[in-house]
Design a protein around this ligand. Structure first.
Ligand SMILES: [Zn+2]
Length: 304
């Protein structure tokens, strides 16, 4: 094929990490389309309650209107990822909640209406979260008893589809998780603790063992190694480090580690915080976004 192709329906995609850490996790993907002035928002986890979220959006992201949320994806049913205070809002808003089937019973106990639960199937099958715009594939990572769903979002952005890997609350990176994250354009990855601060902390030994023993969380070093071991990690456009422990981590330590040993990726690093949202991260922008209608959209399908 040659000539001028059809522009993709998506004009921009942005990621906002609203809260990250054991006090609650919530991020929002926002997709804007050429043919519809209303954006489409998808929440990743609902680990802060509706009132806290409303306050944060008022203060930091007033353009996000929850009436435009089309779906929720939940990584696992811990209360820092699904707050039971969402029950009434979920019922009234009717948002579909996508999660691993093995998490559905616990999510229902945490207030997610059973009829709104939809499966994210393990084993490489894509679940259409927003039809024609966004799908998700998962692999279950080891975390406590029921694991945590590691996500791979596929965005239909036309000739150059964008992928986002999302891995939080996993004790270690299994081959399945590594395969799922391979070749992503963006990654959100937990970087929970500094091993020295963890060892020195006043936490009881059983808790330290739970966190560091392969079924808890990733350390700063493990997170960095995970990125280094990713196929094509050079092409990562942004790395968002999630779920830093307040007691056993420090953004300064993380920054220094990546500056010293991050193989040139430190400049693409964003470190999420518990109480202050990260600045919006642009995932995709259609090249004719500002001049829609003026320039022909190049047909990239003709490139070999
Ligand atoms: Zn968590």
């Amino acid at each position: 094929m040659s000539g001028t192709g059809t522009p993709p329906p998506v004009t921009t995609v942005d990621l906002r990490v609203i809260a990250s850490g054991s006090g609650g996790n919530l991020s929002i993907l926002s997709i804007r389309r050429r043919d519809d002035p209303r954006p489409v928002h998808v929440c990743i986890d609902l680990g802060i309650g509706p009132r806290t979220l409303a306050r944060r959006l008022d203060a930091h992201a007033p353009d996000i209107d929850l009436d435009h949320v089309r779906a929720v994806v939940v990584t696992h049913p811990d209360t820092d990822h699904i707050r039971p205070t969402w029950r009434r809002s979920l019922e009234s808003r009717g948002w579909p909640v996508f999660a691993a089937p093995s998490h559905h019973a616990a999510l229902a106990r945490h207030g997610v209406p059973g009829r709104q639960l939809l499966p994210l199937t393990d084993g490489g099958r894509r679940a259409p979260v927003v039809k024609g715009l966004l799908d998700v594939t998962i692999a279950l990572g080891p975390h406590d008893d029921h694991g945590s769903a590691v996500l791979r979002f596929g965005l239909d952005t036309g000739p150059v589809p964008k992928t986002i890997g999302w891995a939080t609350d996993i004790g270690r990176v299994t081959p399945q998780v590594r395969d799922l994250l391979a070749g992503c354009d963006f990654i959100g990855l937990e970087s929970n603790y500094d091993p020295v601060l963890q060892a020195r902390s006043s936490r009881p030994p059983f808790l330290k063992e739970r966190i560091t023993g392969g079924h808890g969380h990733l350390s700063n070093h493990e997170a960095m190694e995970t990125v280094h071991s990713m196929t094509d990690h050079d092409r990562l456009e942004a790395i968002v480090l999630l779920h830093l422990s307040r007691e056993c981590n420090d953004p300064e330590i993380v920054r220094r580690l990546w500056n010293d040993r991050g193989s040139g990726l430190a400049a693409r690093l964003h470190i999420a915080a518990q109480d202050v949202p990260l600045d919006s991260i642009r995932i995709f922008e259609s090249i004719d976004h500002d001049t829609a209608g003026l320039l022909p959209y190049p047909d990239l399908t003709s490139a070999s």
